[in-house]
Design a binder for this molecule. Structure first.
Ligand code: ZN
Length: 113
């Protein structure tokens, strides 16, 4: 159900932008989704199809860019991709790391006609 609320706000945003720009139709939307956002891209596409029905966004193509989880070591400043929730620095073995990417969830661009 998480995806439903997210998709609804996405549809609202897209329609608002289209209206402001005086567009007749939304042709494509690109969405950035972090691995840690917990959002399933397929669900978003499915809900989008349902929620955009009879709106200018109906039939818009959705492209989803997924962002892998990345962390930075506080000790040696090495940045690395976190795989299987393994938060240990590959350089120095420290577990003192901070998240730098992975929670992204936003509409990057919208194309209209
Ligand atoms: Zn390190």
């Amino acid at each position: 159900m998480h995806e439903m609320a997210i998709t609804q706000s996405m549809v609202n945003l897209v329609l608002e932008e289209a209206r402001k720009g005086g567009a007749r139709r939304v042709t494509s939307i690109s969405l950035v989704l972090g691995e840690l956002s917990g959002v399933v891209g397929d669900c978003v596409e499915l809900y989008f199809g349902l929620m955009s029905r009879d709106t200018p966004a109906e039939g818009a193509a959705i492209s989803i860019k997924s962002v892998p989880t990345r962390a930075r070591c506080r000790k040696c400043a090495r940045e690395f991709e976190v795989k299987d929730l393994d938060w240990i620095c590959p350089e120095c073995g420290s577990v003192s790391v901070e998240l730098v990417a992975g929670h992204e969830l936003f509409v990057e661009s919208i194309e209209v006609e």
